[in-house]
Design a protein around this ligand. Structure first.
Ligand SMILES: NC(=O)c1ccc[n+]([C@@H]2O[C@H](COP(=O)([O-])OP(=O)(O)OC[C@H]3O[C@@H](n4cnc5c(N)ncnc54)[C@H](OP(=O)(O)O)[C@@H]3O)[C@@H](O)[C@H]2O)c1
Length: 288
């Protein structure tokens, strides 16, 4: 019988790529969407069913989890993400889900690490203690963050701004994270494993700017900004203080070169090398 896989956060950066790649497999895909309107274009993919869920409302989870074999657990970066993850894992336990693939973050295993990692580590423990077989994926920062957060300034001014100095980061393309999700879901050999996922190399943001310039044929500059300027910019989006502090702590780690580790896991799990930043810049050049 075809497995049914529920993907939460299905309209997000990783979730929609996971849905796209899972739709090409012999499985029933259930896209858990918060906003049905945002989920509209997922409906066109073969074998994809849309369900509306609100992680904050345990009652909304029951129908979404019915007859689910595998769960791709993606929660947003929010103040109540721990409660959201707890609600999802509790429902998975109630409905006898057979495998959870949890999207975590690189550094979740570090001690003391940084706040973003500690939040993920706490969520990982809910999954580990659930009794359900699991696979934990800890990706580096996403290359697609540039599309989500810097495309406007790159398009408008040919610049992007971050408080990260010369620190090199091993950013990963979310298409590779999705490819790993698909692979680990379809085989039992990855159960109980924790995988750190990175791109193929660590680059400075100046090097990334050069590659974006080459791909777009326009001049692109990276501008290192003081932490306080970054704080004001993040706050202007009404970001809660705890999340703002956590993001600035992450950028400080980038600046200190603590996020430059490169792993070979994408290649090992999928049999294909991860996308380089050069390739990403070419594939997404229209966004910039
Ligand atoms: N960005 C990075 O560089 C990075 C690196 C490593 C790990 N991570 C981790 O990756 C995860 C985020 O992945 P992402 O970037 O793919 O997420 P994302 O793009 O922020 O998407 C979050 C998804 O969650 C949904 N959502 C929000 N509130 C919800 C609720 N109450 N009920 C149901 N769904 C809800 C959103 O739907 P709506 O938009 O409709 O609300 C959206 O589909 C986080 O755990 C983050 O810590 C991120």
């Amino acid at each position: 019988m075809r497995q049914t896989i529920l993907v939460t956060g299905a309209t997000g950066t990783v979730g929609r790529e996971v849905i796209k790649q899972l739709a090409m497999q012999d499985v029933n895909v259930r896209a858990g969407v918060h906003s049905v309107i945002k989920g509209e274009n997922l409906k066109r993919l073969p074998g994809v069913e849309i369900v509306e869920i609100d992680f904050r409302d345990p009652n909304s989870l029951h129908a979404a989890f019915t007859h689910v074999d595998g769960l791709v657990l993606i929660t947003p970066l929010s103040e109540d993400q721990l409660e959201m993850a707890r609600n999802l894992v509790e429902e998975a336990k109630r409905q006898d889900v057979k495998h959870i693939v949890k999207l975590s973050a690189l550094g979740a295993g570090a001690e003391p690490g940084i706040q973003l990692g500690r939040w993920h580590r706490e969520m990982e423990t809910y999954v580990e203690e659930s009794g359900i077989p699991y696979t934990i994926l800890r990706p580096a920062g996403f290359m697609q963050n540039l599309v989500n957060y810097s495309a406007n300034s790159i398009k408008g001014e040919g610049k992007f701004y971050m408080p990260v100095g010369e620190g090199k980061v091993s950013y990963i393309d979310t298409r590779d994270i999705a490819a790993v999700v698909v692979e680990v879901l379809l085989s039992e050999e990855h159960m109980g494993k924790v995988y750190e996922l990175t791109g193929p190399e660590a680059l400075s943001h100046h090097e990334m700017a050069t590659l974006l310039g080459e791909a777009t044929g326009k001049k692109v500059d990276f501008v290192d900004v003081p932490e306080e300027a970054a704080r004001e910019a993040i706050k202007s989006h009404r970001t809660p203080a705890s999340i703002t502090d956590a993001l600035l702590e992450l950028y400080a780690a980038y600046k200190a070169g603590k996020s430059a580790k490169v792993s070979n896991t994408v290649q090992e799990v999928t049999g294909r090398p991860p996308h380089s930043f050069r390739q990403f810049a070419q594939d997404y050049q229209e966004c910039f």
